[in-house]
Design a protein around this ligand. Structure first.
Ligand SMILES: CC[C@H](C(=O)O)C(=O)SCCNC(=O)CCNC(=O)[C@H](O)C(C)(C)COP(=O)(O)OP(=O)(O)OC[C@H]1O[C@@H](n2cnc3c(N)ncnc32)[C@H](O)[C@@H]1OP(=O)(O)O
Ligand SMILES: [Co+2]
Length: 147
């Protein structure tokens, strides 16, 4: 199966507000959209646009800042183990989420749950880090209006 682009790098934080200030003031990144809650996924989310690529290119992967919403959040355990937060997952795009799920399952990889709507409003699923070289991997269907 051919993966699409790296859409974002998920970074867990104890405080999205503090992380926004860091990425804006220290890293020169742009915070285009206000943080928003995704109660169904147990997280508060804020996308940070990394500075334009070295060649002045744009459209590089975003940083996805995520903060747990409550103790039932899937990242509550991660933050308890890593109180300062940290790199959490990589997210790649695919054209067809259901074909991708069948592919990973066919490869004997543990897909966590059924595809559900993610932060970009398209279907996503996660593959367990144990089957992905220690990297929690999110697969998302490319938004139809993506250029
Ligand atoms: C969906 C909205 C948004 C989007 O982009 O659209 C997001 O990305 S939200 C992101 C938050 N949601 C998720 O992460 C959902 C999928 N994740 C899970 O179901 C859990 O985090 C899981 C199962 C990967 C781990 O759960 P938990 O931490 O509660 O379990 P354990 O502590 O028992 O961990 C088991 C084992 O995995 C290792 N681990 C845990 N998290 C990670 C990680 N992010 N990267 C790498 N490895 C991870 C952990 O260390 C344990 O290893 P062990 O050797 O057994 O100690
Ligand atoms: Co994500």
């Amino acid at each position: 199966m051919k993966l699409g682009r790296l859409n974002h790098i998920g970074v867990v934080t104890p405080s999205i507000e503090a992380s926004i200030a860091f990425w804006r003031d220290t890293m020169g990144a742009e915070v285009i959209r206000e943080p928003f809650d995704l109660p169904a996924q147990g997280v508060r989310v804020c996308f940070v646009d990394t500075p334009l690529g070295a060649a002045g290119g744009s459209g590089g992967p975003q940083i996805e800042l995520i903060e747990p919403l409550g103790e039932a959040s899937p990242i509550h355990g991660f933050l308890a183990k890593n109180p300062a937060g940290g790199q959490h997952h990589l997210c790649f795009e695919v054209p067809d989420i259901h074909a991708a799920k069948a592919w990973f399952e066919g490869q004997g990889k543990k897909v966590l749950g059924e595809p559900r709507i993610g932060a970009h409003g398209t279907l996503i699923f996660f593959v367990h880090p144990k089957d992905m070289g220690g990297v929690l991997t999110e697969i998302m269907e490319t938004p139809k209006d993506a250029h």
